[in-house]
Design a protein around this ligand. Sequence first.
Ligand code: ZN
Length: 298
Amino acid sequence: MNINKLIDFLRCPYCLSDALSLDSNKIICVGCGASFDVIEDVPIMMKKENLCRQETSQREWFNRHYSEFSKEEYKLENWRLSMLERIFGVSFKASVSRYLDIGCGATGYTVIEAAKRNGWCSFGADISIEAMRRAQHLAKKQGVGDLTGFVVCSAQNLPFKPQSLDYVSAISVLEHIEDDRKVIQGLYNITADNGYAYICVPNTYRRIWPFLWPVYLYLDHKIGHKRHYSIEALNEKMGANNCFELEKVFYNGHLIKLWQLVLDKFKLVDNGCWWKMEKKDINQCARGVQLNAIYRRK
Ligand SMILES: [Zn+2]
C-alpha cells in the first residue's frame, strides 16, 4: 500500500504519538520530532542508535542472510505451505481483517499469502531493511501491493497503533529477542480486543530428544538465539498482566520430521508421501522441536 495509507496504521515507536506527518521522503513524529526515512514506500520506524546490542548483531546477521536471496524469486516450498496452513487454518479466520507478521523476512510470504488467500489487509515487520525492500517488491509482483505494507522496526518497539490488528504472528521471533516480555506487551497493545496471536518458538531442551541437543546448541549459537521455551514458560510470559489466554498448543519437528528431511534430501519421497508425513508431524506430542501456540487477547 502506498505510504499515505500505511501511515494510518502507524505511530511513533518512541513517544507513542499517533500524530505522524509525511514530509517528502520522511515520516515526522509531531509528538517528539523524531524523523524516520521512507525508502520505496517502506518506512524505517527505528533509529540505529536506539537498538540494543542483540538487535544490532541480529540486524547485521539477517541483512547478510537476506542479501543472498533472489529478489525476483517467489517460491512457496512445501514447508512454507505447511506454515501457512498452520497460521491460517484457524477457527477465528472469519473474524480477521487486519493481520501482521512480525519478523516476516525477505520473502514476506505470510503477508503476501494473507492478502492473496484471505483478502486481509496485511502487514509485515522486520528489523532488516534488506528484507522489507525485497518483500515489498515481491508483494507488488504478486499483485497484492495495495493490500500489503512492510515496515522496518524493532519488535521491542512496535510502531503500530493500539488495537489496530486482529491477528498477529511471531514465527521464530521471541527467541531472538533480549527483552521478550517487552515484545509480548507490544503485541498486547497492538492487538484488538479478542484478537489473536500465533507464537512459534523452539521447544525447551528438556522435552526434545537429547541426540538433537548438539545440533540445536550449534544453531542457537550461530543464529544468536537467547533461549528456548516450554509451554509453561511461554504461558507465564503471555499471560502476565492478564494479557493473553492460551487457545491451542501443538508441536512440530518430531522424529518423523527427521525421516522426512532425510528421505526428501535423497529424493526418496513423493509429494503425497511428504504431506502425509507432515500431517503426522504436527500434533500435540510435546517432544517436537518447535512449539506453536495460539493465544487470545483478553
Ligand atoms: Zn515520537
